[in-house]
Design a protein around this ligand. Structure first.
Ligand code: FES
Length: 150
């Protein structure tokens, strides 16, 4: 089995894996970064979103062989103490219900706000629409993203 050198949350990892193993599986099963969630496994729900070179990326669709040499950030590495502005806004608005989708939501929102620091409501909706929340907490999510942008 080949070894892949990955840079995750500013640390280096040498991981043995089949080259087509999705990054999501590597994160959860080989590195024990279980904050990134499995939802659908086919790029449809957003639960597995991480940052790859700063861009929100579905880790279920990225093979480990494609991730070598890239800067990968998971929810565990977004901030040192859970105090990224999006995480703070999440707490203020009290977004989580079941909480399952929130890591993916927060990773999508934080990447989006780097590209648009002062988004309109419709821009937030557009940016977040691919992240499914089975509790339908969409209004709270939108409010938190707006708050984080202020
Ligand atoms: Fe990757 Fe659903 S688990 S998009």
């Amino acid at each position: 089995m080949p070894t892949f050198n990955l840079k995750i949350n500013n640390k280096s990892f040498a991981v043995e894996a089949d080259s087509d193993m999705p990054l999501l599986w590597v994160l959860r099963d080989k590195i024990n970064l279980v904050g990134t969630k499995f939802g659908c496994g086919i790029g449809q729900c957003g639960a597995c979103t991480v940052h790859v070179d700063g861009n929100a990326t579905r880790s279920c669709l990225l093979q480990v062989s494609q991730a070598e040499g890239m800067n990968i950030t998971t929810i565990e590495g977004l901030s040192e103490h859970g105090d990224h502005p999006v995480q703070q806004a999440w707490k203020v608005v009290d977004v989580p219900q079941c909480g399952y989708c929130q890591a993916g939501q927060i990773m999508t929102a934080s990447a989006f706000l780097k590209t648009n620091a002062s988004p309109s409501d419709s821009e937030i909706r557009d940016a977040m629409h691919g992240n499914i929340c089975r509790c339908a907490a969409y209004n709270s999510i939108q409010e938190a993203v707006k708050l984080a942008s202020k």
